[in-house]
Write a protein of this length. Structure first.
Length: 323
């Protein structure tokens, strides 16, 4: 997984190249109507009107171009007025623009909505329909709709951040360290004592054996020389299974469990997993629910204790953060 940070100058260069390519085409005229998709598409148009983009404004008269914002609600495009339909029908070239495409279904629906709006106006007129040109600054390779022009094509698991004032760091733990279990830990006397007997932590020997067989990942939280948290998980295909997560009862309330859960999510994302799942005893359900996990509806009894399967989907489709 890669994370891209796209600044003002990069955006300006992508848009300049796109508009120059459009201007060079002999088969269509330069767009005389802009249709941004939602807030992300509108943000690109707003950027075009900023002083950093002065050369674009001057060269292509963008400020004078009619603007029709397309909004999707419950999977359908809404808000195209009769006046908008007439503007679309009388255009020569319509620019459908968005900052990012994940699946592409939104842009596809907007494209069809524009076509439908034009057809309703021109159904009784012998007039050629306007060209529709679609552009996205960033597109994921798995998209089902491919625009006419795109600035950057990314892998399905990659992310991009646009125009941030600062490049963000990812907070994981507030104190202590999270590290891989080491062979030297086998001689430790640290025993993680849990408040709930059913949530008993695995032994260091058990953890080490599961690691050296090449199947398990084991991380511990250590603070001031003492191990007070352990996390063990397995990866099978694109699914990550949390086998054990335990925090010493004397270290409760310090958000160690939350730090370990956050780390496993970062790990899952970096290895392109599509979901994280686990079996939670009843006392742990609330903790996992607050961490974004939901019950799947599957229950089972293990060693006489009821467990609930819970999972969290790994979402890769949101990426754009504007300043």
């Amino acid at each position: 997984m890669h994370t891209y940070h796209i600044g003002v100058e990069e955006v300006r260069q992508y848009l300049l190249d796109f508009f120059e390519k459009i201007q060079e085409r002999k088969d269509i005229v330069f767009p005389d109507v802009f249709c941004p998709i939602g807030e992300s598409g509108l943000k690109l148009i707003e950027l075009l009107q900023k002083k950093e983009f002065g050369s674009l404004l001057e060269k292509f008269s963008i400020n004078k171009t009619p603007l029709i914002k397309l909004v999707l609600k419950d999977g359908s495009v809404v808000g195209i007025s009769e006046e908008d339909k007439n503007i679309l029908a009388n255009a020569k070239t319509i620019l459908l623009i968005d900052s990012a495409i994940h699946r592409g279904s939104s842009m596809h629906k907007c494209y069809r909505a524009i076509e439908s709006a034009i057809s309703k106006v021109l159904q009784s007129e012998e007039k050629s329909k306007p060209n529709i040109v679609a552009y996205s600054l960033v597109m994921k390779r798995s998209a089902v709709f491919v625009p006419n022009y795109v600035g950057m094509i990314m892998d399905s698991h990659d992310r991009a951040y646009f125009l941030l004032d600062k490049i963000p760091s990812r907070p994981i733990i507030k104190h202590g360290i999270v590290r891989v279990l080491e062979e030297d830990d086998l001689s430790r006397q640290d025993i993680i004592k849990t408040e709930t007997p059913q949530m008993k932590a695995p032994t260091w020997g058990d953890c080490w054996y599961s690691m050296i067989t090449g199947k398990a990942y084991v991380y511990v939280h250590e603070f001031q020389g003492k191990i007070d948290g352990v996390l063990r998980f397995f990866i099978n295909g694109d699914s990550l299974f949390i086998d054990s997560l335990a925090v010493d009862k004397d270290s409760q309330g310090q958000k160690i469990g939350g730090a370990l859960v956050h780390w496993v999510r970062c790990f899952a994302r970096s290895t392109r997993c599509s979901r994280i799942h686990l079996l939670a005893v009843e006392d742990a359900v609330t903790f996992y629910d607050k961490s974004g996990y939901k019950k799947t509806g599957r229950k089972m009894i293990l060693d006489g204790v009821k467990h609930f399967e819970m999972e969290r989907k790994i979402i890769y489709d949101y990426w754009s953060t504007f300043r």
